[in-house]
Ligand binder design. Structure first.
Ligand SMILES: [Zn+2]
Length: 89
């Protein structure tokens, strides 16, 4: 069994931090904390943090597993839709 060639030639160069999950989680937490007690939906989080909707959804769900945030159906502060949105407790 052979491993696929997943390593890029720049794998040791860690100068760029674009798109790292830690940054996304931190950015999301800061964003939602800054509008507390209002909530943002996944789409608006994605636009604001510059990630895909799927990435924003994952980050929001994992953030809401902790004590600091919660997800429920409510009005999004930005787009006004009533959807599952994340807010700070
Ligand atoms: Zn929204």
């Amino acid at each position: 069994m052979r491993f696929p060639p997943t390593r890029s030639k720049a794998s040791r160069d860690e100068s760029g931090t674009v798109g790292r999950p830690d940054d996304l989680t931190g950015g999301l937490a800061g964003l939602i904390a800054s509008i507390k007690p209002l909530a943002l939906c996944d789409s608006c989080i994605a636009l604001d943090v510059h990630v895909s909707h799927a990435e924003a959804h994952e980050a929001a769900v994992s953030a809401a597993m902790g004590e600091a945030f919660e997800r429920r159906v409510q009005s999004c502060h930005r787009c006004g839709r009533t959807v599952e949105a994340t807010c700070a407790r």
